[in-house]
Design a protein. Structure first.
Ligand code: FES
Length: 331
């Protein structure tokens, strides 16, 4: 691979990453495309923890900024000769998935190094892996590792209209440990006994649409699962309301930065020339985290855990805002 530094209108600092090229594309369904990326010189790529994702620079948007989307890695994780992602086309999205679906073999693609925010807990006695639709991608990576290391696991896969990406591969890997559901309702009817009938020390990993993830979180709490044993990965935040204007006071520099409605705190800081590391700009990757020293936070990200949000001493400025008129940052 080629280690690279990338600076763009969407990045307030140079980001280390990899410069790869497309080696294969496979249409898994009319809307899901599998893409393989490899080092143009044929060298092996950095190993990653199961459940890791990469941030892909997906061309530029209408505002001239580089679009960056996070995609889970689905392939083998130890010194792989390629990285693989599977992407559902979202025609109403920001254009990143369309960019991926238009890639051709040989096209160059710049990505971040793999990042882990959904790793398996190696001391878990049993793993319950739950996937909804394209949320199967990090779950597939967990399954590969569980099979390789002979860990105890079961998989619950919810998909509609016969459109289950990677279903055949999962069947081969899981055998009788895979249960499929053809609708969210069918899954909800069946899941409570699954939650109640688990050995102590079981961990659950869930990736799918917010409705499925939130519902399962509620059911797991009701069934007595400690929060530390339930791990979530959402697809990304949906459309956010523009929010009320507020002032960000930068404690160390003494600057006051006005954040208008419809403008993110990250954008407001950048317009003042203040560099903030960032990648996804969607509240998913955790890269833009900033320390908060005063004021309430309206957390809108999918990265911080509940305890971190309750502590209120940090926020993701790409999506989160002040809950009042003023916020103090340790900048
Ligand atoms: S840039 Fe990814 S969470 Fe803010």
């Amino acid at each position: 691979m080629t280690l690279m530094s990338e600076a763009s209108a969407g990045s307030a600092r140079a980001e280390p990453g990899l410069y790869l090229s497309v080696t294969d594309t496979i249409e898994l369904s009319p809307t899901v495309r599998h893409v393989r990326l490899a080092d143009p010189a044929g060298r092996s790529l950095p190993s990653f923890t199961p459940g890791s994702h990469i941030v892909v620079a997906c061309g530029t948007g209408p505002d001239g900024r580089v679009r960056r989307n996070s995609y889970s890695l689905t392939g083998p994780s130890f010194e792989p000769d390629h990285y693989a992602i599977s992407v559902r086309l979202e025609e109403s999205g920001r254009g990143g998935s369309r960019w991926i679906h238009d890639l051709r073999v040989g096209d160059p693609v710049s990505i971040s190094t793999p990042r882990s925010a959904f790793a398996p807990v190696l001391t878990a006695r049993h793993h319950v892996l739950v996937a909804g639709g394209i949320g199967v991608t990090p779950i597939l990576s967990h399954v590969r590792a569980a099979v390789q290391w002979a860990r105890s696991f079961e998989v619950h896969y919810v998909f509609r209209d016969g459109d289950g990406p990677h279903l055949e591969e999962l069947l081969k890997l899981c055998g009788g440990r895979l249960r499929t559901y053809d609708s969210g309702d069918r899954f909800r009817e069946s899941v409570d006994p699954v939650l109640l009938d688990q050995p102590i020390g079981t961990h659950m990993y869930v990736c799918g649409p917010s409705g499925l993830v939130d519902d399962l979180a509620t059911r797991a709490r009701a069934a007595g699962w400690p929060g530390a044993r339930v791990h979530y990965e959402h697809f990304g935040v949906g459309a956010l309301d523009p929010g009320a204007p507020f002032t960000a006071h930068l404690r160390r520099s003494g600057l006051d930065v006005a954040v208008d409605s419809g403008v993110s705190l990250l954008e407001a800081l950048e317009s003042e020339g203040i560099a903030v590391p960032n990648l996804c700009r969607q509240g998913v990757c955790g890269e833009c985290r900033l320390p908060v020293t005063g004021g309430g936070v309206d957390h809108r990200d999918l990265y911080l855990g509940e305890a971190e949000k309750e502590a209120g001493d940090c926020l993701m400025p790409c999506v989160s805002r002040a809950s009042g008129q003023r916020l103090e940052l340790d900048l």
